[in-house]
Design a binder for this molecule. Structure first.
Ligand code: ADP
Ligand code: ASP
Ligand code: MG
Length: 416
């Protein structure tokens, strides 16, 4: 029988009532003739609560135990979903990651999926089971320890299952009815996209749009999984939601198709470092060793052999970054006069594959920000995106202004 993967996020399984609604959808697909793999998240708020417990135990916790704790929310939902389906006379059972087994790397809290053997679940389908309910977000390392895939990782579980089982589709049910031109919670003019290209979705996700985990988009692109995002709260047709697909499958597109933001950014400047060969390596080597995820980097012009080096990283990594720099200074590897951290910045990015062939997007972006008197602190660009760092208090205003400036509330003009 054809296989369908259906993933339900936290808000879609937040209560027993919602689990029942989700189970009814699953039941309908079973009646349509599919064997269904259901991937569930923890009930809304549960993972945050579990992360909070771990944080309270102290600052230097064992990442393996962190995973043991935070993966547990999904176990509850998987069991409850299987029970609800059984109540509806749908033959179903739950699977935790290790039971499948979903094999991952040993990178605790950010593990990568290596393989999903299909035999166990397929054997059960062969015996008449119609729904395998799998706990998302979790797997097992080569050492036999429980791992997790990073926040939002159930999306990745879903796409990986769709690839492994050759599913006809991977449907991601969430609390919005698709992928929008920007987060509909901060820009009321945001418009739902019927289709979005893999590359654009990948950029939007990695720049902060949490509707899909970045890695899930990467996998869908690599294995050509038919990936759809849709609402678990509304009834809809087969064409509903947003299809994430190859660029060639999209007829019309704007130059800019989406705006993403990331709230928790910080900007760190090392004031007056020696401008000499190897200085960047001496700074960013220790930062990388300390596990700091450096994003943007600028090196200012040198004066009298000294320069300022600025980088951005997540706000909660500033202390770690400062320690790595102070330690490197004490070891005599670098020398700086001061370390200045601005922890109240945000990153706003415009994304569009049309930028490859259209000049002037950066100029238009900067002009729109100037109109709102928003100062730009750092700029980075790549082939299909431009990102700026600005004061966090202007973040929503910037997103709205850019949304207006690029006409994203209007249907695409076919610019690509
Ligand atoms: P789930 O719990 O179902 O995985 P998430 O909270 O992880 O849901 O992701 C859905 C949320 O993503 C939405 O509620 C929305 O606020 C946010 N979001 C951010 N950017 C976008 C976008 N461009 N389109 C749709 N939703 C977005
Ligand atoms: N429950 C996990 C989280 O909140 C995984 C997921 O929902 O995708 O990050
Ligand atoms: Mg999510």
């Amino acid at each position: 029988m054809p296989v369908l993967v259906m993933k339900f996020g936290g808000t879609s399984v937040a209560t027993l009532d919602r689990i029942r609604r989700a189970a009814k959808r699953v039941g309908r697909e079973v009646a349509n003739g599919y064997d269904v793999i259901v991937i569930v998240s923890a009930m809304a708020g549960e993972t945050n609560k579990l992360v909070g417990f771990v944080d309270e135990t102290g600052p230097f916790f064992d990442a393996r135990e962190y995973d043991a704790v935070v993966s547990s929310g999904e176990n509850v939902t998987a069991g409850l979903m299987a029970l609800t389906l059984q109540e509806m006379d749908v033959p179903a059972r739950s699977w935790q990651g290790w039971q499948v087994p979903l094999l991952t790397s040993s990178a605790h809290s950010a593990a990568r999926i290596e393989e999903i053997p299909t035999d166990n679940i397929n054997a059960k389908f062969g015996e008449g089971m119609r729904v395998a309910v799998v706990a998302g977000f979790q797997g097992i390392s080569p050492e036999g320890r429980i791992t997790t895939l990073g926040r939002g990782g159930s999306d990745t579980t879903a796409v990986a299952f769709a690839a492994a089982f050759g599913a006809e589709r991977c449907d991601i049910y969430t609390d919005v009815d698709g992928v929008y031109t920007t987060d509909p919670r901060i820009a009321e003019k945001a418009r739902k996209l019927d289709r979005i290209a893999f590359e654009e979705m990948l950029e939007l996700a990695s720049l902060g749009a949490k509707v899909l985990q970045t890695r899930s988009v990467e996998l869908a692109m690599r294995y050509n999984v038919k990936l759809r995002v849709l609402s678990s709260f509304e009834e809809h047709s087969d064409e509903a939601g947003t299809l994430v697909c190859a660029e060639e499958e999209i007829m019309e597109s704007n130059v800019v198709n989406g705006i993403a933001y990331s709230r928790d950014e910080a900007k760190v400047t090392l004031v007056s470092v020696a401008d000499r060969p190897g200085i960047a390596a001496a700074i960013f080597g220790p930062l990388s060793d300390a596990g700091v995820n450096v994003d943007m980097i600028i090196q200012n012009i040198a004066e009298e052999g000294r320069t300022d080096m600025t980088f951005s990283c997540p706000t909660n990594q500033v202390d770690r970054a400062a320690k790595a720099m102070t330690d490197a200074k004490e070891r005599g590897e670098i020398n700086f006069h001061d370390l200045v951290a601005d922890e109240a910045v945000a990153k706003v990015s415009v994304v569009g594959i049309g930028m490859r062939s259209h000049a002037g997007v950066a100029a238009q972006m900067f002009a729109a920000l100037r109109e709102e008197n928003i100062n730009i602190k750092v700029i980075t660009t790549s082939e299909i995106k431009i990102s700026v760092l600005i004061d966090r208090k202007y973040m929503e205003l910037a997103v709205q202004a850019l949304h207006d400036s690029f006409g994203l509330d209007k249907v695409a003009q076919g610019a690509v």
